[in-house]
Write a protein that binds this ligand. Sequence first.
Ligand SMILES: Nc1ncnc2c1ncn2[C@@H]1O[C@H](COP(=O)(O)OP(=O)(O)OP(=O)(O)O)[C@@H](O)[C@H]1O
Length: 200
Amino acid sequence: MSDAALRLSGIACARGGRMLFRGVDLSLQAGGSALLRGPNGIGKSSLMRICAGLLRPMAGTIERRGRIALADERLALEMEEPLRAALGFWARLDGVNAAALDRALDAMALGPLADIPVRMLSTGQRKRASLARVIAGGAPLWLLDEPGNGLDDASLALLGTAVAAHLAGGGIVVAASHQPLPMTAPAIVELADYVAEDAA
Ligand SMILES: Nc1ncnc2c1ncn2[C@@H]1O[C@H](COP(=O)(O)OP(=O)(O)OP(=O)(O)O)[C@@H](O)[C@H]1O
């Protein structure tokens, strides 16, 4: 079992001078997962960025054990490069070998698209590419912001399989979504329950 962990304690978030939520607690260990839910604008992406260390909370503490991979709406792949080469850039930075990259491409059924320039990929194919980047990177803490956006049923099933395999291997997954995701028994963080009274 890995020693990956993510713990949030009393997290509060303000953006643009407005309090969004406060008092969010979450404790995940190896194999643990959570689903952040709530309507548009409630603060799911903000909480993901707090988890990633990209946004400072107004209050509360975060403890992370293990490397983090964040997949959000930013694709972060070179648009003119063929898909495999574009993913290879990140694989090299992450110290990942070619076999791991190929396994990640296969996990998202992207093998046949490996030589296609990123700019030619469809919306769902780009989302799968961003998930392949996370899978290939080997980080134990996955932060997936709206990972199901643009995915058809077959691709959603691939996402579910990848998440299950990551958890079985001792990883941690936090996903934010306004739609159901194929995750088995995640801890549910309903952000509406943490809306600051002075924010309504
Ligand atoms: N850089 C920013 N500066 C100021 N306010 C921001 C900034 N980014 C987001 N916000 C505001 O913070 C609030 C929460 O945004 P966030 O993107 O976290 O919500 P969300 O729950 O992920 O929404 P969605 O479901 O639409 O993706 C929104 O009201 C948004 O306008």
